[in-house]
Write a protein that binds this ligand. Structure first.
Ligand code: PBG
Ligand code: ZN
Length: 333
């Protein structure tokens, strides 16, 4: 952008003219956000009979299979059309086998949603092992190390089982090298050439996932995730992660978390024409919740501003626990 000496300035130019009233401001609004931009995360828990409130995230519930349709219908009525399913299984083992079982909690959830809503909603499934392994790691262990290539086989199996249940889109979040390629191959070999892959391409080892781990009971029992999730200090490496996912066949790429990473969202936007998703994580939600509960900020306004900043940075779609709240805000505009 250039502002040379010959371009007029004050008093000929008065930018306040463009802010005179709401109708003018809305006409000139540069960033548009819509209910259709959002993906709502839903937790489905095996072995419960009524919805459970989460301690870490006030207002976010874990649903039994029997409560899933009602919750999604409520969201549907608000205009939300895309959902990402996180499963909380009743049993864990070394290889995380409940993650790919035919009647696993996620597989059943996908089938339920498919039969109730058909193609009226987008069903996205998170593909990872951490809720299902005894270690709580996103891959399987060999000694004390997470074994990349062994984990790939399992991640491909999980993705395939989700596709088989009717998932529109699988979203590998384990940060194993080659996970997108392994999943694309497995899907294509079984005829699921239309199943979309959304890679959690640049996923950082972040303190902002703690509320999620509390809800989904998926904290690593030993160590941390720094040998596979990215350092938040590296921006060039984030671009390499995104490039690799694109080469491996990702249809949609992601930057996660979103709010403290707006610079990366912008850089990725400039680097590629693929659709770009940003994940506004559990910590974003919890921070706003905590501050608004103390009456330090207005929740609706803060959420509107925060989610707008993610779109302004260049994200096309946003995963957010605030999807219902922002829908109410937007629907009342
Ligand atoms: C599982 C997964 C995590 C999140 C999404 N998928 C947790 C983690 O990687 O530790 C985080 C979501 C959030 O904090 O909202 N791999
Ligand atoms: Zn994981």
């Amino acid at each position: 952008m250039t502002m040379d000496k010959s371009s007029p300035g004050f008093p000929k130019v008065r930018l306040r003219r463009l802010r005179k009233n709401l109708a003018i401001r809305q006409l000139l609004q540069e960033t548009r956000i819509s209910v259709k931009d959002f993906i709502y995360p839903i937790f489905v828990k095996e072995g419960i009979s009524a919805a459970e409130e989460s301690k870490a995230m006030t207002g976010v519930r874990k649903f039994p299979l029997s409560g899933l349709i009602g919750e999604v219908q409520d969201c549907y009525d608000l205009g939300i059309r895309a959902f990402v399913i996180f499963g909380i299984p009743s049993s864990k083992d070394e290889s995380g086998s409940s993650s790919f079982s035919r009647h696993g909690i996620v597989q059943q959830s996908i089938e339920f949603l498919r039969s109730a809503f058909g193609d009226r909603i987008v069903v996205i499934s998170d593909v990872c092992l951490c809720q299902y392994t005894l270690s709580g790691h996103c891959g399987i262990l060999k000694g004390s190390r997470v074994d990349n290539d062994q984990s790939l086989n399992l991640l491909a199996k999980i993705a395939l089982s989700h596709a088989n249940s009717g998932s529109d889109m699988v979203a590998p979040s384990a940060m194993m090298d080659g996970q997108v390629m392994a999943i694309r191959e497995a899907l294509d070999n079984s005829g699921f050439t239309d199943t979309i892959i959304m890679g959690y391409s640049a996923k950082h080892a972040s303190s902002l996932y703690s509320p999620f781990r509390e809800i989904s009971d998926s904290s690593p029992s030993l160590g941390d995730r720094k040998t596979y999730q990215m350092s938040f200090l590296n921006h060039r490496e984030a671009l390499r992660e995104v490039m690799l996912d694109i080469q491996e066949g990702a249809d949609i790429i992601m930057v996660k978390p979103a709010v403290p990473y707006l610079d990366l969202i912008r850089r990725v936007r400039e680097m590629t024409n693929l659709p770009l998703c940003a994940f506004s994580v559990s910590g974003d939600y919890a921070m706003i919740k905590a501050a608004s509960t103390k009456d330090l900020i207005d929740e609706k306004q803060a959420v509107h501003e925060m989610l707008s900043s993610i779109k302004r940075a260049g994200a096309d779609i946003i995963i957010t626990y605030h999807a219902k709240l922002i829908s109410q805000v937007l629907n009342s505009e």
